[in-house]
Design a protein around this ligand. Structure first.
Ligand SMILES: [Zn+2]
Length: 80
């Protein structure tokens, strides 16, 4: 019903950074582009999904783009 089935063992639960809870509520973060800046000259409204931990209320922002993870480990340069 919700797209391709994902084998259960591939799923890693996303946990709240603060309280480690795994249940989130969906909210919509709304935005507006004024008519002066809008590409079509009309006021535009945008919404993006945002999730909030039901236990402690912390918002979870999912990083959609795979940014380069910091692999540079400065720990190699250690002067004694
Ligand atoms: Zn939480």
């Amino acid at each position: 019903m919700y797209g391709p089935k994902v084998p259960q063992d591939l799923i890693e639960p996303i946990k709240c950074e603060k309280c480690q809870a795994e249940i989130f509520e969906l909210f919509h973060k709304m935005g507006k582009v004024s008519a002066l800046r809008s590409p079509n000259g009309k006021e535009l409204f945008t919404s993006s999904p945002i999730y909030r931990c039901t236990a402690c209320g912390t918002f979870l922002e999912l990083k959609e783009s795979k940014e380069e993870e910091e692999e540079k480990q400065p720990s190699a340069i250690v002067t004694k």
